[in-house]
Each structure stands twice: as structure tokens, then as C-alpha cells.
Design a protein. Sequence first.
Length: 134
Amino acid sequence: PSSLASRTKRKATATTTATPTTTSAASGNVPANAEQTQQITTLAKALVEGISKGDSAALAQITCGTLAEQVKSGATTPNPTVYDHVENVLVSPAGTSGNVDVFAYTAKKGPPAKAVTFSLQNTASVWKACSVIE
């Protein structure tokens, strides 16, 4: 999981949460409502904190799928990482899955923040990160 912080896609262009106003054609997902956005933002912050501290126990509670398998497979090395913001908070029409771009940067390299896109699952009103979308 410490390698999750190094998987980056693009530079941050803003430091505010931006939610798209259209449906994501590829996934069928729609913009999250305010409550979902808050819950997913809280999850994103917890992911970055867990990666930063190398906290396998915390990461195990907020991950599923391939990310959970990575956490279970070995110790997580701390990788001091700073949360910046989220963008593209999208959820399925049923609110059971989604994805989010989490912008963060390593403390060693500093800004600008880079995005990592996570697929999400909502079970019993709890959002978890399941995989990194390449």
C-alpha cells in the first residue's frame, strides 16, 4: 500500500473539491450528493493518513478488494503523505459503488499534489476503497 502514494496520474489544478455535473459515460456513475461527497472525502483523508503512517490496521478497515489483499499481504511502510483534496466524486445511481480522484503529495517531494483514482464500494452505509484505477 505504500506504493499507492506513488501511483500518480495528473497534477492538481485546484485545491477545492470539484464535482462534475454530468454522468461518467464509461462507468454510468453520477455526481455524488453532499452526504456521499462528505463520506468519501473522509475516506480519502483516512486513506492518505493510513498510507502516511504505514497503519495496516487502519487501512484494513477502510479497504476492500485488491487494496485489502495488498494490506493483508504484508506490512505497510510509512510514506509521509499530505492530503490535498478530492475531485470527480462519482457514485452509481444506487449509491453502492463509485470512484474518486484523491490528490495528495509525499512530504519528501512536496506539492504539487498528484491524483490517484480509487474505485469504491458502499456496504451497510460504509464507503471503502477497493482498487486503484490505472
